[in-house]
Design a protein around this ligand. Structure first.
Ligand SMILES: Cc1cc2nc3c(=O)[nH]c(=O)nc-3n(C[C@H](O)[C@H](O)[C@H](O)COP(=O)(O)OP(=O)(O)OC[C@H]3O[C@@H](n4cnc5c(N)ncnc54)[C@H](O)[C@@H]3O)c2cc1C
Length: 362
């Protein structure tokens, strides 16, 4: 078990809060934590800080490293956002750059977690939650397969969306040369690379790969590069396409991937291209199976989880949702810039319940 550190000043708060009426689950010991946050991304960290600042005893459980999604972003990526919009916990994000890079962001969030002495259990995946409001049991598995249980009165689920790629569901997608995450351009220099997608990730990957000597083809099912692609990236990729430096097929879909080729269905008919590697960058989605296993209902085609827009409490009393998962499949609606405020909403609700003695189930 790895712990960032422990906050001595908060040692006695849990007991005090639990006396406000926490009812242990049948046969279970009283919840030792007031709030357990699942996921230590920027949102989870913000939620933990806000709850801790409101006087609750908080623990975070994270299946990977701190800010695991950001850690797995492309090695040389630059954020789209200026540093102050990535700030959490009222801690300034100093950066000499107008837009910080991944290393800076990771350093920033590490320092914030340390500053607040957050109790983070890294490399512990939450597999199952039992119990109910006031006494949840959170069952975890560590990287060696060891099981553990943590108990908490309230849960905040901030599990993000970057772990599950959207699949094309075409023959050959399971070949090892097909990747759903882009990292570094160097290994692909001098090779025939297909990039699938028409948004920021696909455009950035295509540009970087081309600039590092790959022969790049871009395939997008839409009629053009997506209008939401950032204003400094869009003209760059469009000009590369216009100049014939990156080949692009719009209104087109990949039909089949083989060891040495890709077959693309274009408006002019099928095209077969030589191919060494494929980057299918068509988005990611939250782990709906996990979220629904908690009893949280989803609605509509975008699988929007049911939650109160003010408090962010889900239809399951005591389980709050935070960050990008609140938007279901619409993962481009909530990001760090706005998800970082979810912690305040949740802490406000937790505080109101504490003062009205409704903190836990009665
Ligand atoms: C390349 C790229 C660039 C981006 N640039 C920007 C930007 O400039 N500005 C911006 O605001 N947004 C940006 N975003 C989006 C932003 O990074 C995400 O919206 C944000 O990380 C969401 O934060 P989160 O805390 O909700 O989720 P995440 O950061 O994904 O954190 C969720 C955490 O939960 C953990 N987890 C998941 N399941 C479990 C489990 N069962 N048990 C324990 N832990 C679990 C994960 O390991 C992860 O660490 C970018 C995204 C990408 C892909």
């Amino acid at each position: 078990m790895l712990k960032i550190s422990k906050c001595p000043k908060l040692e006695s708060m849990s007991d005090a809060l639990l006396e406000t009426g926490s009812v242990p689950h049948e046969g279970a010991a009283p919840a030792p934590y007031d709030v357990l946050v699942i996921g230590a991304g920027p949102t989870g960290l913000a939620c933990a800080i806000d709850a801790q600042n409101a006087g609750f005893r908080v623990v975070l459980v994270e299946k990977g490293c701190l800010c695991n999604s950001l850690y797995n972003y492309p090695a040389h990526m630059t954020f789209f956002t200026t540093p102050e919009l990535l700030e959490i916990g009222n801690i300034p994000f100093p950066s000499p750059n107008q837009k910080p890079n991944r290393q800076e962001a990771l350093q920033y969030y590490r320092q914030v977690a340390a500053y607040y002495s957050l109790d983070v259990r890294l490399y512990h995946r939450v597999e199952q939650v039992t119990g109910s409001d006031g006494s949840f049991a959170v069952h975890t598995k560590d990287r060696f397969g060891r099981l553990a249980t943590l108990r908490a009165a309230k849960l905040v689920v901030a599990t993000g969306y970057y772990d599950l790629p959207n699949y094309l569901r075409v023959p050959g997608e399971d070949l090892s040369k097909v990747m759903h995450y882009y990292d570094d351009p160097h290994p692909y220099s001098g090779l025939d690379i297909l990039v699938i997608g028409g948004k920021n990730s696909a455009a950035i990957a295509a540009l970087e790969l081309w600039r590092h000597g790959a022969r790049v083809t871009l395939v997008h099912r839409g009629p053009e590069i997506h209008r939401h692609v950032k204003y400094w990236i869009k003209p760059d990729i469009e000009n590369r396409i216009k100049n014939g430096e990156v080949t692009a097929f719009f209104d087109s879909q990949v039909a089949e991937i083989t060891l040495d080729t890709v077959r693309i269905q274009t408006p002019e008919g099928p095209v077969i291209l030589r191919n060494d590697f494929v980057f299918a960058l068509v988005g990611y989605h939250p782990d709906f199976t996990f979220i629904e296993s908690l009893g949280v209902h989803s609605t509509g085609p975008d699988r929007l989880p049911v939650c109160d827009p003010e408090s962010l409490e889900s239809n399951v009393p005591g389980i709050y949702l935070a960050g990008v998962i609140v938007a279901g499949k619409r993962t481009n609606e909530i990001f760090i810039e706005n998800g970082r405020f979810h912690g305040k909403q949740i802490a406000t609700d937790l505080t109101a319940r504490k003062t009205t003695r409704q903190f836990s189930a009665s």
